[in-house]
Structure formats: C-alpha cells, structure tokens
Design a protein around this ligand. Structure first.
Ligand SMILES: [Mg+2]
Length: 382
C-alpha cells in the first residue's frame, strides 16, 4: 500500500499520536543537482562517522569524558576490535543502514520489511530501552509494526531516520512526509519523536539544496516550522535549568536555543544547561545549537557533538547526517574522510534473496558500499 494511503488509514484509525498538519499536502520540489549523490553520501558517512566517534564514550558526562580522554578527535580503542582504535558503528548506524538496505531492496518504504529487518538482523550494539521494547512487542507479543512502537520520547527513531529521504530527493512530491511518519512510528509511538523525525527529514532535503550554510537562526526556526504544527503532546524537561517548562518540543527549542546562542554560550555550556541525554527534549536542542554554532564547519560540528554531550554517539549521528547533507562527502575534511567506519568483525551469514523481507545479518559497511555505488540498479534514482 502506498505510504500516503497508509498514513491516511493510520489517522482514521486513531493510531497516530500527532496532528494531521497542512505539511502533508506540501510537495517537495525535485532536486536535479548533479551534486546530489555527493550530498547523500555525505549524509550517510556523516551519520556513521558521528556514531563511530561517539559510541566508545557514550553516556559519559562531558567533564568526565574530558578527564578520561581529553578532547576526542579520532577513534578511541574499541572493545569489539580487540582494543584497536578503529571506527565501529553502533545501533544508530545499524538501524539507519538496515532501513537503507530495505529501501534499496524494495524501491520504497515497506514498514513491515523494515520492522522485520530490525527484529531479524542480529545483535543491535548499544540498543536503547525503547527499541528493546519494540523488539519484544514484535517477537513476544506478535504486534504488527504499527502497534509495536514504544511510547517513548527517546531519540532512537530520530537517530536512524535520515535514509528515509533518499527515495524522494530526485522527484520531490508529498510522499516524504508519509514515509517519515511511518518509519518513525515503527519503534517510537510518540508525538515528539514523530514530529522530530518529520522535521529532520524536511531539513535534510533543504540542506541538500543549499549552496552555502544557512544562517545560525535557520536551524531552530525551520525545525519549529516543520515540527510545531504536528505535535499533539506537551512535555516537561527531566532536569537542567528549565524544569518549570511544560509545552511542546517546538516551543521548548524556540525558547532555549536562540537565547543560548545570543548569550554566546559554548556547546558544552549550552548542552549542560538543558542536559544532553537520549530524551528528545535534551537531544534536539543540543543538535540544533551545535548546528547553529558550527554547522558551517562539518568536522568541528561532529567533534563538538562527540565531546560536549552525554548521549554523544546519537547526537553526533544526527549532527553528522545534517552536516554531511549540507556539505557533501567530498567536503568532509581529510581526517573525516579517513574515518569510514568498519563493520563489526563478525562472520557474515548468507543473506536471503531480495524481496523476501527476511533481512539476514546485515553488515553496516555493506550498506555503505551500496549507498556509494549501488543506487543506480534499483528504482531509487539519484
Ligand atoms: Mg549508539
């Protein structure tokens, strides 16, 4: 079933925790730029690089991380690579590239196939609580993809959403919005999560059209414009300086991010102010602030996300996807270009035939290669 029909049915049946905004009728313009493949490769490499740089020190407070590692600018020793300092992806990249593999195999988003890939592709490294709940809902409770997502406002859908834009870049149209909602819903049945995923997808397509970095105020303003009308739930921060706030994520970022930029705060000062964990009320302002401050410099933006936030692999994943979409793979500076993450050193199993929906053990690196050279052979045209 086409995604827009699925979306209409989900709304009719009351299965979506968001508002039915006018955005869903706004058509994206086609992107005919010859640089588009470079922008897509930049988005995918930026995502994987941010994840791989961050995941060896994920969850540490920035000050504690700095005491242990100093300023992280390259890969740290990785326990899954016998302690060698190589870049290995974690759940962020795995779920994003499993989505990409399904898009390439199916030629469009088939949420049932994506959900099956998430449940059947093997170990998910650094898995979060909401994705774990989604897996249990599918495997143990037998729930269908549209009912299996956790009611969680964590960042686990936003971290993997970027590849969803790929089928819609060349031709434009309204289909991206439905795909973004549906892909987001698979693991997280939450207003703030779905609205964030839709907004981020829209921003990625904007970034791939730009010929120069946007002004700092664009990042928050565009997020608010896209996410705000969709949000149906009010939330409160769980800590930091804004615990009295109660409202939508769009209202929150509009209040705190521009103010922090006006004050000239550093990334670590700003992110400590609202906290920088996996809760979207922490992740999204951190992402928007870092991009507003350093989005013109892809390496610096990724490094700040890796060093100055708590859920640093996911925040660097999202920042990396954005700066990669804006600057393209060729514009990533030499140190970043030498950082393509390698797959986990696990034996590869034989993969099922395309179209069976079985997934098999996907190796993120293989999807990276597919993104680099494999898009021509399928119905997704770049
Ligand atoms: Mg991770």
């Amino acid at each position: 079933m086409p995604s827009e029909q699925t979306l209409a049915e989900l709304f009719t049946k009351g299965l979506l925790p968001i508002r039915q905004g006018a955005l869903f009728r706004q058509a994206l313009a086609p992107n005919s730029s010859p640089r588009l493949p470079d922008r897509v490769a930049g988005m995918l490499f930026g995502l994987a690089i941010g994840d791989a740089l961050g995941n060896t020190s994920e969850g540490m407070l920035p000050a504690e991380r700095r005491r242990c590692h100093g300023e992280t600018t390259d890969y740290l020793p990785n326990r899954y690579a016998e302690g060698r300092a190589v870049g290995l992806p974690s759940d962020d990249t795995q779920l994003a590239f499993w989505t990409l593999e399904r898009l390439l195999a199916d030629g469009c988003l088939d949420p049932d196939h994506v959900a099956r890939a998430f449940t059947a592709n093997g170990r998910i490294f650094g898995i979060g609580g909401a994705v774990r709940e989604f897996l249990a809902n599918v495997k143990e409770r037998g729930l269908p993809w549209f009912k299996a997502g956790a009611e969680s406002a964590g960042n686990g859908a936003l971290m993997r959403i970027a590849p969803v834009v790929i089928p819609h870049l060349r031709n434009g149209g309204t289909g991206l919005w439905a795909d973004a909602v549906i892909a987001a819903l698979i693991t997280h049945r939450d207003s703030m999560s779905i609205a964030s995923c839709v907004a981020f997808c829209g921003m990625l397509t904007d970034l791939m059209r730009m010929t120069a970095p946007p002004p700092p105020e664009w990042w928050t303003a565009r997020f608010v414009e896209l996410a705000g009308p969709l949000e149906a739930t009010r939330y409160s921060p769980r800590g930091g300086a804004f615990t009295a706030f109660h409202g939508t994520l769009a209202e929150f970022v509009a209040e705190v991010v521009p103010a922090a930029l006006r004050e000239g705060l550093s990334a670590v000062e700003a992110c400590n102010r609202w906290y920088s964990g996996a809760y979207l009320m922490e992740t999204v302002p951190s992402v928007l602030f870092i991009l507003a401050r350093d989005g013109h410099d892809p390496e610096q933006a990724i490094i700040r996300a890796v060093n100055d936030t708590k859920d640093n692999d996911t925040i660097a994943t999202i920042v990396g996807a954005a700066v990669g979409a804006l600057h393209g793979q060729q514009a990533l500076p030499p140190p970043l270009a030498r950082w393509p993450p390698r797959p986990h050193p696990r034996p590869r199993r034989r993969r099922p035939r395309a179209g069976t929906g079985g997934g098999g053990k996907a190796v993120p690196g293989s999807a990276l290669r597919g993104a680099d050279g494999g898009l021509d052979g399928c119905s997704i045209r770049l």
